[in-house]
Design a protein around this ligand. Structure first.
Ligand code: ZN
Ligand code: ZN
Ligand code: ZN
Length: 153
């Protein structure tokens, strides 16, 4: 660590702008945190639009959400987190609330959120990545009304 870095650490200054005091628990000030968050979001959008992995900008197989490396990394991380949360008796989704004695793996708030989400997806008929299914289902539904040949209005 250089003397300058040492000074920044001691003074608790932002590592990026070296001027403002760090936000609690961060190595950057709130302004720089906001800025970096925005840049990262922009970069991700750019990668996604270009058909690249939104996590690392690497090449992906068409139709995949991210590259194999990032998918594996995410899965390993998730497995690790889920294992730790389960062992600690915490909700495996948020890791904040206790699930001890409930018989569920996630807390009531996360379960409620998931239920609301699946309800919304059903209502809009939107199921990400299952367009083909939706089309074939549509044909199935069209079948019976064709047979009857009329609509009751
Ligand atoms: Zn800063
Ligand atoms: Zn990637
Ligand atoms: Zn939860």
């Amino acid at each position: 660590m250089s003397e300058f870095d040492d000074y920044i650490e001691r003074a608790g200054l932002c590592r990026r702008c070296h001027r403002k005091i760090r936000a609690k628990g961060y190595v950057n000030c709130p302004d720089c945190i906001d800025y970096m968050r925005m840049v990262r979001a922009n970069v991700r959008d750019h990668w996604r639009a270009a058909g690249l992995c939104p996590e690392c900008g690497g090449p992906i197989t068409p139709g995949a959400a991210m590259c194999d490396r990032c998918r594996i990394r995410k899965r390993v991380y998730k497995d690790h987190m889920v294992g730790r949360r389960r062992a600690a008796g915490l909700c495996i989704i948020c890791g904040k609330r206790s699930i001890k004695g409930t018989g569920y793996l996630s807390c009531i708030i996360c379960r409620e959120k998931q239920r609301a989400r699946s309800k919304r997806e059903k209502a809009t008929g939107r199921r990400d990545g299952h367009d083909a299914d939706a089309v074939s289902e549509g044909h199935k539904h069209a079948g019976p009304s064709d047979v009857h040949g009329r609509y009751v209005t």
